[in-house]
Write a protein of this length. Structure first.
Length: 143
């Protein structure tokens, strides 16, 4: 009769599953980081290459983009927009962020947009929505 050691089988299975799981998450997050990095550069690259100033195809040099910009005003560091002042810059990810201008009227912060499906019908269920109003309260030390 064959004697089965269940502890050995369980330990072997758990070890195998942990290796597979770790490899999956490593691949998943590396792919996600690459996708985000690509999206961040895409807007600035399009403007830079439209001007014909790219060094080699597929590369992007932020320093060259800033130095070779035709902007006589303020060049936004994350979007490469040419604006009158830093507070006029857009958020880097306008589809998913809202721009909150701080009370000093010179600075702004981009925060994630609140999705409508995240809001509750029951107002008691909402502790506090973190939007621009909440940010102003926090700026004034009221949070």
């Amino acid at each position: 009769m064959i004697q089965i050691n269940y502890n050995t089988i369980i330990i072997t299975l758990l070890t195998f599953v942990s290796f597979v799981k770790a490899d999956f998450f490593q691949d998943f997050f590396q792919g996600q980081q690459h996708h985000q990095h690509h999206q961040q550069q895409q807007h600035g690259q399009q403007q830079f290459y439209q001007q014909g100033q790219g060094r080699e195809q597929g590369s992007f040099d932020v320093e060259s983009a800033q130095l070779n910009s035709n902007c006589a005003k303020y060049l936004c560091p994350s979007t490469f927009e040419c604006v009158d002042s830093p507070v006029d810059c857009s958020c880097q990810f306008p589809k998913s962020q809202i721009k909150c201008i701080l009370p000093n009227k010179q600075d702004f912060i981009c925060i994630p947009k609140v999705k409508s499906d995240e809001l509750h019908d029951d107002q008691k269920a909402i502790v506090e929505i973190r939007d621009c109003d909440w940010l102003i309260k926090a700026w004034n030390g009221l949070v």
